[in-house]
Design a protein around this ligand. Sequence first.
Ligand code: NZQ
Ligand code: ZN
Length: 394
Amino acid sequence: IMQSFTYLSPTEVVFGKDTQNQTAEYIRKYGGSRILLVYGGGSVVRSGLLKQVRQILEDDGLPCEEFGGAMPNPTLEHVREGIRLGLDFSADFILGIGGGSAIDTAKAIAIGCANAKTDVWNFWCRKEIPTHALPVGAILTIPAAGSETSNSSVLTNAATGSKRGLSSDLNRPRFAIMNPELTYTLPLYQVACGVTDIMMHTLDRYFNPIDNELTDAIAEALLRTVIAKGRIAIQNSQDYDAMSELMWAGSLSHNGLTGLGGPGDFAVHQLGHELSAMFGTAHGASLSTVWGFWALAVYPTKPARFARFARNVWGLQDKDENALALAGIRATVAYFSELGMPVCFGENTDIGIQSDDVLRDLAYRCSFQRSRTIGTFKVLDEEHIYEIYRQANQ
Ligand code: NZQ
Ligand code: ZN
């Protein structure tokens, strides 16, 4: 039966063409008067978006400071620099412009600036729980991580090689400006990584021990839509219809909706985070690299769930439940391959085939030095985790 839950998705979504023109209006609505603009490696400089937004804010009398350089898998060290800048500038509103990496950096700076006496990493390694943050807004340029409406922000501590997410409603942006045309400059590889991550946010919720008809049906519809529109976007990242559907799916996939009433699994995200932390691989690619091996390891726990997935998402039929479950797993992995995503270590150019020592180390790290298990569909300990990495090492 459905588990008890709370559902909070307070982000005001401003969706459609030219919506970035309303940025000043929304910042004022949510109390901002001195704005730190946080962006990534420069795509928004090259596209002219950063300049355009800055102009809009300044024309409205809103002073701005810029902080660029958030890299994919953004780092704690960079966030600390942003916090110092935000404090020096007396910023009272943080605007992330870009993808999950820029928006996650903006969220972390917002928490850091509001808790200037605490080292921000304490919140990410759960030594302390944050109780306040500066307000954050987002202008999204890639349909992917879902950070624009999610409660999460993921940072990598480069010094220790650990990648950690902080889930807190303080992380929910006040507003998200989502103009699908802002994604047109995306390289196709990033489109593919984004499609994979959107699917994974729903898959990591859908495969949980509880059946919930409405939630499961929403999840299946989302997956069918992303699979179909992903096929179009991977050929042409300037297809407005495909990019709109993907962008909206990206938000719905990670605002909680597709997993309500069940305990999310998220093992694949945990397996992937260790690969990104150790090898720097893009988030979407870290997930496609392990999903198939995770699925093969866990489906015997409840083949009916995987059979339902095969039927309702892939339109497959088979009287034999096990055979149908396996066919659904094969179809999913084949789809990742069709997108050009790596589906094992050997195909992932950041990783490659690894020694047994490295696999053991990955499993040890993923189990947080043997202090946790991951997953709910099937609970996985260090040994199970090692076995999945070992299978993926081909
Ligand atoms: O850095 P720039 O120069 O902007 O380039 C980015 C980056 O190289 C580029 N890009 C983005 N929009 C573009 C563009 N290039 C051209 N035109 C555009 N319109 O794409 C590359 C990837 O961007 P990134 O922000 O890293 O992508 P994504 O949105 O996938 O974010 C990944 C990060 O988010 C975390 C991941 O772990 C990873 O660190 N996640 C955050 C979540 C959350 N906050 O809720 C949930 C996810 O599960 C995920 O863990
Ligand atoms: Zn993700």
